[in-house]
Design a protein around this ligand. Structure first.
Ligand code: MCA
Ligand code: AMP
Length: 506
C-alpha cells in the first residue's frame, strides 16, 4: 500500500478520471481529471514560488473547489498544508504565522496587505469565495504535466492548530500515513463506494470536513456536492441527489427542527454520520423515529483523526461512539496513574494506531507530556467501554467547551476578558444550548464601580477572539464560587446557569 496521501487517494479513483468528482450548488462540475489537473497546477505554482518539501502553506480562505485543489496541490508538491478557520481574527492569525513560519500564505483578497506585514518572510497570495484571486491565476499560469514530489508515510502532510487548556494553540503534526490510513479505514468501515454522493456542508479547515469527509470520498472514487456552508434550504434542495452526509450534532438538531425532514425526503440516503461533539441520545432516537435512519456516531480528534465508530452493520447505539476502528487501539486508564482500568469503569481514553499524530510542532515538551512511554496518546476525554465493547464518552478531563462542533478553550477566553479594564476575574463555562449543544458563557466579576457588562465585553473581545469563541451570554456577579483550596468551582456555575438558554435536558 502506498503511504503518500495523494498516491493512496489516487488509487481510489483510478479509471474514473472522466467521472464527476465535485459539484457546487451553482451547478459547476469538476471531474477527477479536473482534480488531477488543477491540483497539479497548484503544485507547480507552489514549487515555482520556492516551496521545498516540508514547507508550510498556510491557508485562510472561504470554502471553494479551488481551495480544495490548493490543498491537494500542496500535498502533491511535498508541502505541509495548514488550514485556518476563517473566523480567526488578525491577532489570532499573527500567532499561527509566527509559530508555523509558512513559506506561502493564501488568504481572502482583502487581507493580503495586512497578512503580508505579519508574515514578512512569506509569499502572500489571494483566493476568494468564487475561487478567484492571485493564487488561482498563478496556478493557471503554471498548468502542465506534473509528477508528485515523493513523500514517505512518516513525512508531514498537514499541521492543524488546536487550542490547549494552558498556553497557546499547538500545531498537531499529521503525517501522510496518518491521513492515508484513516481515509482507507473509513472508506471500508462506512462502505463508501464510487456510487456514493456526499452532501458536504462542513468547513474545510478542520479534520472533519477536510480529511474525514473529503479524503474518504476521494479514496472511494465517490462524488461530492460541495456547499459553501450549512444552509437548510440548500440541504433540502440537494438531499434527493445525495447518498450520505457527515455533520456535527447541530446539523441534525437543525434538520429535526425543520418540517421538511420526512421519511420520503431521505428515503434514498444510505448513511448519516455525526461527530465532533456528543450527539444526544434523544436526537439519535428522534431522527430514527422521523426518518428510519440510525445516525452513525463516531469519535475523533485533530491529533488522531477518527478513532472509533459505531458499526455500519449491527446496532448503532445511541449515546456511544462504537468500537475502536481497525488498526486503532483504545484503552481506558486511571487518569492519575495511567493504569488500565477494567471494562465498565470510567477513565481516561488513550489511543494508539497509524492515525495518531507525530507530535506538536516545535513543542517536544507538550508532545512528551501527552504520550505514554508505550506510544499511547492521552486524549483528555473521559470514557468507558460497556460489556459489548461500545465506547461512551462520559466527560472531559480537559476544560473545553464544544460549541456547534467547534472547540473553545475557556482559558483563552478568560485571559482575554481578565485583561479588560474594570474586570477583576472571570470564569468561562459551557452551558447546554438547544442549537449549539453547548454555548460559551462568561461569568465576570467587575471592579467596584466599573461599568462593564455584556455589551462592553462583547465589543472589546471582537478584535481579539474569533466570533465563535465569544460568550453568547455574559453574567456579572459579585464573586465566583470557590472551594476550600481557593479554586473556582466551575461545576457550581454550570449547574447554576444550566437553564440559561432554556430548560436543559437530563
Ligand atoms: C457560527 N457561530 C458560532 C458557531 N458557528 N458560534 C458558536 N459556535 C459555533 N459553532 C456564530 C458566528 O460567529 C456568527 O456570530 C453567528 O454564529 C452566525 O454565523 P453563521 O456562520 O451564520 O453560523 P452557522 O452557519 O449557523 O454555523 C453554525 C454551524 C457551524 C453550522 C454549526 O459552526 C459549523 O459548520 N460547525 C461545524 C464545525 C466543524 O466542522 N467542526 C469539526 C471540527 P456573529 O453573528 O456574532 O458574527 S474537527 C473535530 O472536531 C474532530 C476532529 C472531529 O471529531 O470531527
Ligand atoms: P478537536 O480535535 O479539537 O476538533 O476536538 C476533538 C474533541 O471533540 C474530542 O477530544 C472530543 O472531546 C470531542 N468529540 C469528537 N467526537 C465526539 C463524539 N462523537 N462525542 C463526544 N465528543 C466528541
Amino acid at each position: 500500500m502506498a503511504e503518500a496521501l495523494f498516491e493512496t487517494l489516487r488509487e481510489g479513483f483510478a479509471g474514473r478520471e472522466a467521472t464527476r468528482f465535485l459539484e457546487s450548488p451553482d451547478g459547476r462540475v469538476w471531474s477527477f481529471r479536473d482534480l488531477l489537473d488543477r491540483s497539479a497546477a497548484y503544485a507547480r505554482m507552489l514549487l515555482a514560488f520556492g516551496l521545498r518539501p516540508g514547507d508550510r502553506v498556510a491557508v485562510q480562505v472561504e470554502k471553494s473547489a479551488e481551495n480544495l485543489f490548493l490543498y491537494f496541490g500542496c500535498i502533491r508538491a511535498g508541502g505541509v498544508y495548514l488550514p485556518l478557520n476563517t473566523a480567526y481574527t488578525l491577532s489570532e492569525l499573527e500567532y499561527f504565522l509566527s509559530d508555523a513560519e509558512p513559506r506561502i500564505v493564501v488568504v481572502r483578497p482583502g487581507m493580503v496587505a495586512e497578512v503580508g506585514l505579519r508574515a514578512p518572510g512569506a509569499i502572500v497570495l489571494a483566493l476568494d469565495e468564487r475561487g478567484e484571486g492571485s493564487a488561482a491565476s498563478a496556478a493557471d499560469a503554471a498548468a502542465g504535466p506534473f509528477e508528485d514530489v515523493p513523500r514517505s508515510g512518516d513525512d508531514l502532510a498537514a499541521i492543524l492548530y488546536t487550542s490547549g487548556t494552558t498556553g497557546r494553540s499547538k500545531g498537531a503534526m499529521l503525517t501522510h500515513r496518518n491521513l492515508a490510513s484513516n481515509a482507507l479505514v473509513l472508506k471500508d468501515c462506512w462502505r463508501v463506494t464510487a456510487d456514493d454522493v456526499l452532501l458536504h456542508a462542513l468547513p474545510i479547515y478542520h479534520v472533519h470536513g477536510l480529511f474525514t469527509a473529503t479524503n474518504t470520498l476521494v479514496a472511494a472514487g465517490g462524488s461530492i456536492l460541495f456547499l459553501p456552508k450549512f444552509d437548510l434550504d440548500e440541504i433540502f434542495r440537494l438531499l434527493p441527489r445525495a447518498t450520505m452526509m457527515m455533520g456535527v450534532p447541530t446539523f441534525y438538531t437543525r434538520l429535526l427542527a425543520d418540517p421538511r425532514l420526512t421519511r420520503e425526503a431521505v428515503a434514498h440516503m444510505r448513511l448519516f454520520v455525526s461527530g465532533s461533539a456528543p450527539l444526544l441520545a434523544e436526537t439519535h432516537r428522534a431522527f430514527f423515529e422521523r426518518t428510519g435512519h440510525a445516525i452513525l456516531e463516531r469519535y475523533g480528534m485533530t491529533e488522531t483523526g477518527m478513532n472509533a465508530s459505531n458499526p455500519y452493520e449491527g446496532e448503532r447505539r445511541p449515546g456511544t461512539v462504537g468500537f475502536p476502528l481497525p488498526g486503532v487501539q483504545i484503552r481506558i486508564t486511571d487518569p492519575e496513574t495511567g493504569r488500565p482500568l477494567p471494562v465498565g469503569e470510567i477513565g481516561m481514553i488513550e489511543v494508539e494506531g497509524p492515525n495518531v499524530f507525530k507530535g506538536y510542532w516545535k513543542n517536544p515538551e507538550k508532545t512528551a507530556a501527552e504520550f505514554r512511554p508505550d506510544g499511547f496518546f492521552v486524549t483528555g476525554d473521559l470514557g468507558r467501554f460497556d460489556e459489548r465493547g461500545y465506547l461512551s464518552i462520559v466527560g472531559r478531563g480537559k476544560d473545553l467547551v464544544i460549541s456547534g462542533g467547534l472547540n473553545v478553550y475557556p482559558k483563552e477566553v478568560e485571559e482575554a476578558i481578565d485583561a479588560l479594564p474594570g474586570v477583576v476575574e472571570s470564569a468561562v463555562i459551557g452551558v447546554p444550548h438547544p442549537d449549539l449543544g453547548e454555548a460559551v458563557v462568561a461569568v465576570v466579576v467587575p471592579e467596584p464601580g466599573a461599568r462593564i457588562g455584556e455589551a462592553e465585553i462583547g465589543t472589546a473581545l471582537a478584535e481579539k477572539l474569533a466570533s465563535f469563541k465569544r460568550p453568547k451570554r455574559v453574567v456579572v456577579v459579585a464573586e465566583l464560587p470557590r472551594n476550600t483550596m481557593g479554586k473556582v468551582q466551575k461545576n457550581v456555575l454550570r449547574e447554576r446557569y444550566r437553564d440559561l438558554f432554556g430548560p436543559a435536558a437530563g
